[in-house]
Ligand binder design. Structure first.
Ligand code: ATP
Length: 371
């Protein structure tokens, strides 16, 4: 049974669009998973932020929400932004970028893994072995230009890429640590630095610092790839990839390409990790085209919550939270592999509510299998 005193406080930011739809489903699933494994409960505290809230209040990320995120044990995030709601200068409302900077969430961790029941986008049978993690640097790179870009005389425009030694060291270190953990589970232990070192000084520096960090890991393999070549590899033979590390903008683009390998955004989770904070959110956005219809696939949100439980489990030595993560992952996989529900995203008939019911109803059976 779940203990009556919740041990961890989770700041919940549903946001906009389908973020508001998948979040309640996720909280219900996490509560049920904790119950099934007998883990301590979590205290979910919901806070406003995002484009809709900006339209109502004039604030996109209120101080009270920021403070709550700062003191929470973890942040669970839906999705934010809306095409028609913008700041007066025309820029989009993207509080997730502010949160990354505010809490130094330097590592964007985007695992891409195929499992039975997911669409087979690539026809090669080896595509069933797709299992890699993209680590995106999130506090500098080309996104450094956000709010700093310059247009001169309506004739020239400039955005600056920033790569620092400290920023590159910490993300490279993170990628190697991740590869070490994966190697213990039978993965190859290869970290690939994805850059454009043949053209840009900034990228050559990124590669140089990456190589220095690689020197600290003699038991691991390092590799290099130019981002254009890596995009091709991702489509031609993604089953060869293990851990990738790259700058902010390249990571932004490659993570959507990577999600396409497993059928779309609906099953692509992510974690934004810093030294002291962790924010967990589906890799997808607010999906204005399907928002409000109840069609969204909640899988990515569910798997992001599992990443949060794993992160809390490691940080606090709470093994039962890792058990809850395993049953959530298992229940998602069971739902898809047995076709208990086929999401509308993959051409099936299961909407958000059907998916949620099916995954929750699979928890107990999965628990028996993994116990
Ligand atoms: P952002 O710029 O914030 O990443 P976006 O509008 O570029 O957002 P998404 O919101 O991720 O991109 O949507 C991209 C496409 O994927 C849309 O067609 C959307 O409907 C679809 N999509 C995204 N998430 C889901 C989901 N959970 N279930 C089903 N379809 C989804």
């Amino acid at each position: 049974m779940t203990t009556s005193n919740p041990s961890f406080r989770i700041a919940v930011l549903p946001g906009d669009g389908i973020g508001r739809e998948v979040m309640p489903a996720c909280l219900e699933l996490v509560g049920a998973a904790l119950e099934v494994v007998g883990a301590p409960g979590l205290a979910f505290e919901t806070h406003p932020a995002g484009a809709q809230y900006y339209a109502e209040s004039g604030e996109a990320l209120p101080r009270s929400t920021l403070d709550a995120c700062r003191t929470a044990d973890a942040i669970l995030f839906g999705a934010m932004g809306w095409p028609d709601i913008r700041f007066p200068d025309g820029t989009e409302i993207i509080p997730q970028l502010d949160l990354r900077m505010e809490f130094g969430l330097f590592a964007g961790v985007r695992p891409i893994r195929w499992f039975p029941g997911l669409p087979r986008v690539l026809t090669d049978p080896r595509a069933e072995g797709i299992d890699f993690v993209l680590v995106r640097e999130q506090t500098e790179g080309l996104f450094y230009a956000r709010g700093r870009g310059e247009i001169r005389n309506d004739e020239e425009a400039y955005d600056t890429m920033q790569i620092t030694r400290a920023g590159t060291e910490r993300v490279a270190e993170f990628a190697f640590q991740l590869a070490v953990q994966r190697k213990k589970r039978g993965k190859p232990g290869v970290v690939t630095c994805v850059d454009k070192a043949n053209v840009f000084q900034s990228m050559a520096f990124f590669r140089k610092v990456f190589d220095e960090i690689a020197g600290r890991y003699p038991d691991m393999q390092k590799d290099h790839a130019y981002v254009d070549a890596l995009a091709l590899t991702m489509v031609k033979k993604p089953w060869n990839l293990d851990v990738l590390v790259t700058e902010n903008m390249f990571g932004d683009i490659l993570s959507d390409l990577a999600a396409g390998l497993i059928g779309g955004m609906g099953m692509a989770p992510s974690a934004d990790i810093g030294e002291n904070h962790g924010l967990f959110q589906p890799a997808h956005g607010t999906a204005p085209d399907i928002a409000g219809k109840g069609y969204a696939n909640p899988g990515a949100m569910f798997l992001s919550a599992a990443m949060m439980l794993d992160w809390l489990a490691v940080r606090h030595g709470e093994e039962k939270l890792a058990d809850a993560a395993r049953v959530i992952e298992g229940a998602v996989e069971h739902t898809l592999s047995t076709k208990l529900a086929v999401p509308m995203e993959y051409g099936g008939s299961a909407n958000l509510s059907d998916m949620t019911r099916s995954v929750i109803s699979s928890l107990a059976a999965v628990r028996k299998e993994v116990a």
